[in-house]
Design a protein around this ligand. Structure first.
Ligand code: NAP
Ligand code: GDP
Length: 326
């Protein structure tokens, strides 16, 4: 009996995107919808409703059903500093299982290329800056998110093992802090930009102060989800290395948490008091990453200025308050 793979034309690509209902996945869906159509590409966008990827069996059934030729692997247990501090074990075990299931099935079902997602928060805590792609395994990660960090690092280890043993083209990309529409705006679970957006929204609505957690002095490079989506699509189509590649704005675009908060205050035209709650953790002081490798491949790629990206995110949250994760 001919398998779906046999029936498929040699040039047809079936690109399966895991975690497509999240921040990054929604942006990929939007960019694909706006692109000139490429008849040789068929996208399959998945969420946890299609399969719980922690389950080996559900993951296998998913590959059997869709027979992808390519996988953009985004699905993960994801959270901001405070969720990571609370659930290090769950971040480690869930992500390790999800990633093992995805790569194991990608191998079994002859997937041509997998692009998975690491993060700049998995780099060693004690390091020189800026970090680059060669430094991921050079020392322990920050204690606040060591569960997530080690699970993500193992993706890179597995990619190399699959290459060594089976010549698979499984690779990874390393984004900095991502933000944009469809983020998780829940204060307990989410990252800093959605957290700040949600808090300014509430402060403006209720006439209460806006609290920034921590000292506001840690530094971050933020990438707009639409920019990251374009880079992911470039990677699944063009990037051929097994070694990871950092997807980041330049070092000159690194800003403090307080500067990010100020941009959000401005986007809301919030006039009330702004208070730094220094009883809360600052997390990693900085994780400055260089984008030299990306610039070698894509010297002309234009990142969305953060002021524009934040305005779009704030407008999206206000317009979609009822459906936003919060
Ligand atoms: P997100 O908005 O929280 O989305 C997570 C996605 O994963 C959702 O589609 C979710 O499906 C899916 N998912 C979670 N657990 C699953 C499971 N057990 N089975 C199947 N699907 C599952 O996260 P994101 O920010 O888009 O993150 C995407 C990728 O980027 C992740 O690999 C993350 O580690 C990486 N990353 C994110 C950031 C950042 O700042 N956000 C920075 C660097 C790297 P449901 O919607 O159905 O729950
Ligand atoms: P990280 O970049 O991996 O550390 O994770 P986050 O995106 O959660 O950013 C954490 C940084 O933002 C820390 O310095 C926090 O003290 C600061 N921060 C300020 N307000 C908030 C907030 O409302 N939510 C979160 N998650 N972090 C906040």
């Amino acid at each position: 009996m001919a398998s779906n793979n046999d029936k498929r034309s040699k040039t047809e690509k079936v690109i399966m995107v895991t975690g497509a209902s999240g921040l990054v996945g929604r942006a990929i869906q939007a960019v694909v919808a706006e692109e000139t159509s490429r008849p040789e590409e068929k996208f399959i966008f998945l969420s946890s409703k299609d399969a719980d990827l922690v389950s080996e069996e559900e993951t296998r059934l998913l590959f059997e059903k869709h027979r992808p030729t390519h996988v953009i692997h985004l699905a993960a247990r994801v959270g901001g500093l405070f969720a990571n501090m609370k659930y290090n074990l769950d971040f480690f075990t869930d992500n390790l299982k999800i990633n093992t299931n995805i790569l194991n099935n990608a191998f079994k079902f002859d997937v041509e290329k997998v692009v998975s997602c690491l993060s700049t928060c998995i780099f060693p805590d004690k390091t020189t800056f800026p970090v680059d792609e060669t430094m991921i395994h050079n020392g322990p990660p920050h204690p606040s998110n060591f569960g997530y960090a080690y699970a993500k690092r193992m993706l890179d280890v597995m990619n190399r093992c699959y290459k060594d043993q089976h010549n698979c083209k499984f690779t990874s990309v390393v984004p900095t802090n991502v933000y944009g529409p469809w983020d998780n705006f829940n204060l307990e679970e989410g990252h800093v930009i959605p957290g700040l957006v949600h808090k300014v929204f509430t402060a403006k609505r209720d006439g209460t102060p806006f609290y920034i957690w921590g000292t506001g002095s840690p530094l971050r490079q933020f990438i707009f989800s639409r920019d990251l989506a374009k880079l992911f699509l470039w990677a699944i189509r063009e990037y051929e290395e097994v070694d990871p590649i950092i997807f980041s704005v330049g070092e000159e675009d690194e800003i403090t948490i307080k500067e990010a908060a100020d941009l959000i205050v401005e986007a809301f035209d919030f006039k009330g008091p702004v208070i730094l709650d220094t009883s809360k953790s600052d997390g990693q002081r900085k994780k400055t990453a260089e984008n030299t490798k990306l610039r070698k491949y894509l010297p002309d790629f234009k990142f969305t200025p953060i002021k524009e990206g934040i305005k779009e995110t704030v407008d999206w949250f206000v317009e979609n308050y009822d459906i936003a994760r919060k």
